[in-house]
Structures are given as C-alpha cells and as structure tokens.
Design a protein. Structure first.
Length: 212
C-alpha cells in the first residue's frame, strides 16, 4: 500500500493513481460529415465512369466504387455498414443511367441517318438486336452501332431513315432519338430515395459508434 504524501503545509497530495484522468471526447463529427458528403459524391463519380463506352474506364469505376463502399463500411460499423453498402450499390445502378439520360438529352447532337443493316447477338435474356446506322448529314457518312437498349427495335429495317443522337464528347453510347427523352420522373424519385436510405445508414452507423 502506498504511503500518503503531504506538502509543506501538511495537506495530503493525491498519488498518481488517484489523479482523475479526464475522459477523451469523442471526435466523430469530422468523420461523420466526411462520410455523409464524400460517399455519395464519390459513388456518383464512379457511376458516371461506368457510363463510358470503353471497358477499361467502366472497370476503373467499378474498382473505385468498391473501395469507396469498403471504406464507408468500415466507418459505419458492420450492421449499418452493410445497409449502407447495399443501398449505395443500388444508388449507383440508378444514378448512372439517370446522368446518362440527362447528358445525352442536353448535349447530344441529332443527326439524320439511315439504317444500313441489322443483326443479332446472344445475351442471357435471349437474342438481342443490333443496327448499323450511317449518318447522312455529314461529309464522312460515319457509321455507328446501336442495340436494342439504345433504340434498335424490330420495326427498324435496312434503308429506313432515322435520327441518331451522338454525344460530341464521345463518352456516352449513341442512341436513336426514340430513346432520348430526358430523365424519367420515377428514376429521379428512385435515386432520391436510395440516397436518403444510404445517408440514414451512414448517420446511424456513425452516431452509434463511441468515437472514430
């Protein structure tokens, strides 16, 4: 047992083990604000990368999205992190096409074209359809490939005139004009709902942790 110590006036001095240690304040708000703000912005950027015509850029977007989700998961904890990751991944699946629809509608250049020929391709949902479209209002008569997801339906036959919408930046796949209608209201509502769910999981996960 440690003997008590006294100062010059005879007052007992607390020993080091008796000295009260003030508790460390939890500094979780910087990490919380950062996770709330950075996570949706980063996932939106990754979703935009996934809209690129090139495969390598799409893969880069997928890898970056995985890193963002893993980091945010670790900041939120196991349970809330899982909910955040699932809703964040779903958010990416919808916000990417929404940005694609908006961008091609706003900056896409419409060209007069003609269907040169058609073909088919195999997919897990059945045979798909492709159309080779040749521009008729440009000197070079450039040709583009579109499929059934970008307007090549069964009604289009070789020789039929059409309007092709081309991204001047070359980032997005060209579409036939029938598939360029801006962002659908249901898609906006879906993105907003998934964003709210993701942010709710982030806040719940961050606020329940003692400190970061």
């Amino acid at each position: 047992m440690t003997a008590p110590m006294y100062d010059a006036y005879g007052t007992a001095v607390p020993t080091p083990t008796e000295t009260a240690v003030p508790p460390r304040r939890a500094r979780r708000w910087p990490g919380t604000v950062g996770t709330v703000v950075v996570t949706p912005l980063a996932l939106t950027g990754c979703a935009w990368l996934a809209q690129h015509q090139g495969t390598l850029v799409m893969l880069l977007g997928a890898v970056l999205a995985l890193l963002v989700l893993v980091l945010a998961w670790s900041m939120c904890g196991v349970g809330p992190g899982l909910g955040m990751a699932v809703s964040g991944f779903a958010f990416m699946l919808f916000v990417g096409p929404a940005m694609n629809d908006y961008a091609i509608d706003q900056r896409g250049v419409r060209h007069a074209a003609v269907i040169a020929d058609t073909g088919t391709y195999y997919s897990k949902h059945g045979d798909g359809r492709t159309c080779r479209v040749v521009l008729t209002d440009t000197p070079k008569h450039s040709s583009y490939e579109v499929d059934d997801t970008t307007g090549c339906d069964d009604d289009l036959k070789p020789g039929r005139r059409a309007t092709l919408v081309v991204d001047p930046e070359g980032w997005l796949d060209p579409r036939l004009s029938g598939e360029v209608n801006g962002v659908a209201p249901w898609l906006i509502r879906t993105c907003a709902g998934l964003l709210a769910v993701m942010e709710a999981f982030v806040l719940y996960g961050r606020l329940r942790r003692p400190r970061s």
